[in-house]
Each structure stands twice: as structure tokens, then as C-alpha cells.
Design a protein around this ligand. Sequence first.
Ligand SMILES: Nc1ncnc2c1ncn2[C@@H]1O[C@H](COP(=O)(O)OP(=O)(O)O)[C@@H](O)[C@H]1O
Ligand SMILES: [Mg+2]
Ligand SMILES: [Zn+2]
Length: 313
Amino acid sequence: MGSSQSNTSALIGRTSTWVEFRDDWFAQGASRYAYRGTFHGDPHFEGKPCVVKVYKEEWYDRLSEYAWVADDRAYRKAHEMAQLFNARMPSTKPIEFVKPEFTRVSTRAAFNLLGFIPFERKVKGKLAGTSDSVSNIIPANATLAVEPYLEGKYVKFNSNSGYSERADIATPAAFSHLTYHESNGQALVCDLQGVRSSSGYKFTDPAVNSSGTQLGFYGPTDLGKFGIVKFFKNHRCNDMCRRLRKPRITNVSLSASDMSNLDRIVTSMPSQSATSYTYWLSAASGVPNADVNRVHNNLNLEPIYAQPFQATD
Ligand SMILES: Nc1ncnc2c1ncn2[C@@H]1O[C@H](COP(=O)(O)OP(=O)(O)O)[C@@H](O)[C@H]1O
Ligand SMILES: [Mg+2]
Ligand SMILES: [Zn+2]
């Protein structure tokens, strides 16, 4: 075992399985660093490549619950919806979400393996956008998500705030629309990213925009009804999703100022591919947080057939 691959972790629910991962992360999102690693201890997975995602410490304070709990919730909803999609659309490429397993850095596994206990493991990494090498530290019991490495070209097909990749890739866009339809308007699975191959799509790190009153039920990437409104504002249906239900604002009683705040919030949500976060909504739109929450609570979206979404056009 080389010194470049010496971080270890035991996987919850698979006591004999562990992963080792490299000291240098290869990619990062807003909330996690991603390290390449390898599965061990299970004959079905032995030697297979994985990604180990280390939650950034700043998120520990920001969230009311552990970040992984919401990520797990989003994965489960996305997985459930992918199975529905595959059953409803048997002639299109199937969609699969890779299953993340959540665990912690295990000093015990490291002890057994390497003969020392790294209470804090120093790892090298590069600052985003620079060539500087910096050091950061994986805390001794940092939360990790472990999932299979997606081989191939990693593509972001849509975002959680209305961005959509090329219009001629119909399946991911139709899938997001179908999740809204099948959940009767409760959830829009989006932020679809991963790889596309001849056998289908493999996605990871989904976001779910949910229409309950609790903005952020699926974590800080759950932009709620604002994300749903924005998605349908930008979405152009294709043959797979044309007949599905779309949201319509049904409470005409929303005050004029609420309507104008809604418009400001939705308009200010970025249409680029990067993931957006609930705590940006207020800053980006200039609408005070209390008003953001009130508009969200009062907004009534009804999933209806036929009529295209028009509220904020
Ligand atoms: N399973 C995977 N296989 C290959 N690359 C991945 C995988 N998961 C994530 N990545 C890469 O790591 C980056 C960060 O991971 P991500 O899950 O998006 O973190 P965050 O939750 O912070 O957004 C992704 O943008 C992608 O480039
Ligand atoms: Mg991400
Ligand atoms: Zn559609």
C-alpha cells in the first residue's frame, strides 16, 4: 500500500467492507470534497473504484441536522422516482442513482491496517481555481459518503434552479418533469449529474425541490416551490413529458407584494449549471428572509394537466 492511499473507513451495515482513499481530493462541490478510493473486503466489490466524499466542516454549523441525513433522504426519493420512470418509460434509457453509504473516518480500521492511529489525518489538496497546493485536515470522525466511482464523462444535465443542458438530451429533462407528476407535485428531482452510456444514465448527488411548507426539507439544495416554479419556467417539454402535469399558481389571493417578491426570487435564481442553495435566495433577490419564507408558505401550486406554466413569464 502506497502512502498516497492510506485513509480508511468502515462502511455502515457492511462490517467486513472498508475503503481506502487517496490523500488528494480530485473534485469538490460546495459541501464536500471528493477523493478517489477503492472498495475492499467484499468479493463483489473488491478493488472496485469508489468516491469518498468528506463533508466540509463549515456545513456542520450551518445545518439544523446532519448534512448526510438530508442527502440520504434526497437519494431515497430520487431512487424511488427512477424506478417509477424506468417502469413508465421502458423504451428509453434507464436511470439509476448510485447509492451513497454514509460512514465516518474510522481510526480502528486504520489501526488494523496501518499500525498507527491517525487522529487527524493531514491531506493535501488544491485550492479551487489555483495551482497552489494547500493542506487541509480530515477531522478524526468526519462524516463521509462512499459511492461507486462513475467512469466516463461527468455531465451536469440540469440544476436545481432551472438550468438545463442541451435541449436535445430529452431523458433527464423528462425525468425531472415526471418526478413532479408522479409525486403529485410534492417533489421535483433535479440537479441531475453523472454519466450517460449506451446502457443508461447513472446519476449522483440529486437535489429535490419539495412543495411542503418546510423550505429545505431535502437539505439546503431544496429550493422548494421557488425551484419548481423556476424549473417549469425554463423547461420545454419533449415527447416523453408533454402530457404530464405542470404546476399552476392557484391562490390568486397572494398579495401584490408577495407576487412581486415571488417574481424577484425566481428571476434572481441563477440559470447556470452550478447548484443553488436556500440561503442564497434572500441575498440574491434582495427579499428579506422572513418574506422569502412567508411567500413560500403561502404559495399554492397545483399540479394540473395541459396548461403550460405562465405565472412569472
Ligand atoms: N460518483 C462519482 N464518480 C465520479 N465523480 C464524482 C462522483 N461523485 C462526485 N463526483 C465529482 O465530485 C464533485 C463533487 O461531488 P458532489 O457530490 O457534487 O459534492 P457536493 O455535495 O459538494 O455538491 C462532482 O461535481 C463531480 O465532479
Ligand atoms: Mg454537487
Ligand atoms: Zn416536460
